[in-house]
Design a binder for this molecule. Structure first.
Ligand code: ACO
Length: 274
């Protein structure tokens, strides 16, 4: 798929590597990139050859945040386009990505600033290079992390760390990001791609309907009380069985016949070669 200018998609054995592709601008997000990312996510959602999405960046940066020129200054006198591109920005980075039915991995190898935190936190798993540089720089140019950043950051990091980095704009590396739980793991830069691919392959071995249910269960129940969560899980479980009636039966049968140990590996899916 090479039909986009600001995004490059490379598919490889079930993994869709989605690169923000404005390396000369450190992958700062202009309106075109927001519109193209909406198209890309639409396309990959219904593409059976894309089982896991990895969000990456071309060049030295993962993403330098919003394009301060094209997404903001150039649109100061164009309120309609500003509104439309702001909608697209929020739509793909949060509403679509956070609720995406397929597993998503953020692979952060370089700069991650400002608005880039939105898609970073929206991805299910985030892996970073220890050498990557993160920063909430908004305070340094006269504003605060808006969109949803301050909100979701505080949930990911906790109040003390979120407040410190929002107030100071201080940068931090991948190790610190992992320590604060902003990313899942940090690895030396040289290992990042290999580790990301290994994780993607692990996820590809699982039943995709089950993975979608896992995502819904964790994300949707976070703000429910216990009674509501129990009811939601019961209903989601029925929905899972409706879409894939054989999944649990196959797994349980294979365990009881001694074929595998579900504590360590996924069951063999009969639908996998179809
Ligand atoms: N918006 C617009 N253009 C940008 C952005 C950005 N966020 N980040 C980088 N660029 C452009 C630069 O203007 C420059 O363009 P030019 O070659 O036409 O002059 C090009 O990308 C390369 O940038 P340099 O600054 O020369 O690259 P360097 O590697 O030295 O520094 C860094 C990279 C640290 C990312 C620096 O560009 C920077 O501080 N960018 C702003 C980061 C930021 O604060 N982002 C948050 C934006 S606010 C938000 O997202 C809500």
């Amino acid at each position: 798929m090479s039909e986009w200018e600001t995004v490059a998609v490379e598919k490889e054995d079930g993994i869709a590597w989605v690169y923000l592709n404005r390396p000369e601008k450190r992958n700062a997000m202009n309106p075109k990139l927001h519109y193209e990312m909406l198209e890309v996510l639409d396309r990959l959602e219904f593409d059976d050859t894309a089982g896991v999405i990895v969000l990456a960046g071309k060049g030295d940066a993962w993403c330098a945040g919003q394009d301060l020129k094209e997404s903001f200054r150039d649109l100061w006198d164009e309120p309609a386009e500003l509104k439309r591109s702001s909608w697209a920005a929020q739509e793909w980075r949060w509403r679509r990505l956070y609720t995406y039915p397929k597993p998503t991995i953020a692979m952060v190898h370089g700069y991650c600033f400002g608005g880039a935190f939105t898609q970073l936190i929206a991805c299910d798993v985030a892996l970073a290079a220890e050498e990557a540089t993160f920063g909430l720089s908004e305070v340094n140019w006269g504003t605060f992390p808006a969109g949803l950043v301050s909100r979701v950051l505080t949930e990911a990091l906790g109040y003390r760390d979120a407040m410190y980095y929002v107030l100071t704009g201080a940068t931090f590396d991948g190790r610190r990001a992992a320590e604060m739980r902003l990313v899942t793991f940090a690895y030396p830069q040289a290992q990042l791609r290999e580790r990301t691919e290994a994780l993607a392959r692990t996820l590809l071995e699982k039943n995709p309907h089950t993975l979608a249910a896992c995502k819904d269960a964790v994300k949707n129940s976070a703000r429910m009380d216990f009674a509501l969560a129990e009811q939601y899980f019961a209903a989601r479980s029925l929905a899972l069985r409706a879409v894939d009636p054989d999944a649990r039966r196959q797994g349980i049968e294979q365990f009881l016949s001694g074929e595998y140990k579900p504590g360590f590996e996924p069951y063999s899916r009969s639908d996998q070669d179809q």
